[in-house]
Ligand binder design. Structure first.
Ligand code: ADP
Ligand code: MG
Length: 234
């Protein structure tokens, strides 16, 4: 689903990502964990094709991102990737039903069809009784569930979540994680970014970032880091 090779991201003198190799198979559920500033969001933005890396190659669902125009990239993103962010990104004043339905605005479906699909998605995250609530009338956990319903509306094979529980109390956080587990069981590839080591350790695979480098990947055994991996390969 995702294949990163030698991916580097620089911002002027700042090396946000120092050369990451990461392969995510279809249907995986994994955590990318690391302290603040370790490059997690940078990595997620690159996996999500929201930014192009300074160096290295990115393949998403078999497509080499560098070979695509911005327009082709948007199309790939729209059909392949759902995003969830810590701060929900819901527009103020917009009812849950429309926040979700608007995800299909450019899909050529009618407003009625979009709303029907949105209602089904909201029921799927347990919010069938909150269709007309606006963001300020929803709890943090409910807002994140609206954001998840929006992210999975077109049934994208890949879901990228950047600190999805970061703004939530532990009970709402657990409910959000349960939803992500459910999507994984249904076949979605789910990547969860977190600084919470307990959450990371509870997922089937854990990739640890430090100072822009992958210092551990549980898929590669206990002592993996990119540099040491390269040594062994030689
Ligand atoms: P994390 O999500 O793990 O907290 P980020 O990926 O957001 O880390 O950032 C990694 C490093 O890159 C940090 O030192 C951050 O300050 C820097 N950085 C991120 N985005 C930019 C940017 N647009 N311009 C300059 N530096 C950035
Ligand atoms: Mg971040």
């Amino acid at each position: 689903m995702v294949e990163l090779a030698g991916v580097q991201q620089r911002y002027g003198d700042v090396v946000a990502l120092g050369g990451a190799d990461l392969t995510v198979a279809r249907g995986e559920l994994l955590a990318i964990v690391g302290p603040s500033g370790s490059g997690k969001s940078t990595l997620l933005n690159i996996m999500g094709t929201l930014s192009r890396p300074s160096r290295g190659t990115v393949r998403i669902d078999g497509h080499d991102v560098a070979a695509l125009s911005d327009r082709e990239l948007s199309a790939l993103r729209a059909r392949t990737i759902g995003f969830v962010f810590q701060q929900f990104h819901l527009s103020p004043g917009v009812p849950a039903l429309d926040s979700v339905a608007d995800g299909l605005l450019y899909s050529g479906t009618s407003r009625g069809e979009r709303r029907r699909a949105a209602e089904a998605a909201l029921r799927g995250v347990g919010l069938g009784h909150r269709l007309w609530h606006r963001p300020h009338e929803l709890s943090g956990g409910e807002k994140q569930r609206v954001a998840i319903a929006r992210a999975v509306l077109g049934d994208p094979p890949l879901l990228l979540a950047d600190e999805p529980t970061g703004a939530l109390d532990s009970r709402s956080g657990t409910a959000v994680l349960d939803l992500l587990h459910g999507l994984h069981r249904a076949g979605t590839t789910v990547v969860v970014i977190t600084h919470d080591r307990d959450i990371a350790a509870s997922l089937p695979r854990e990739v640890r970032l430090r100072d822009g480098r992958i210092e551990h990947d549980s898929a590669h055994g206990s002592a993996y880091d990119s540099a040491a991996g390269a040594e062994v390969a030689r």
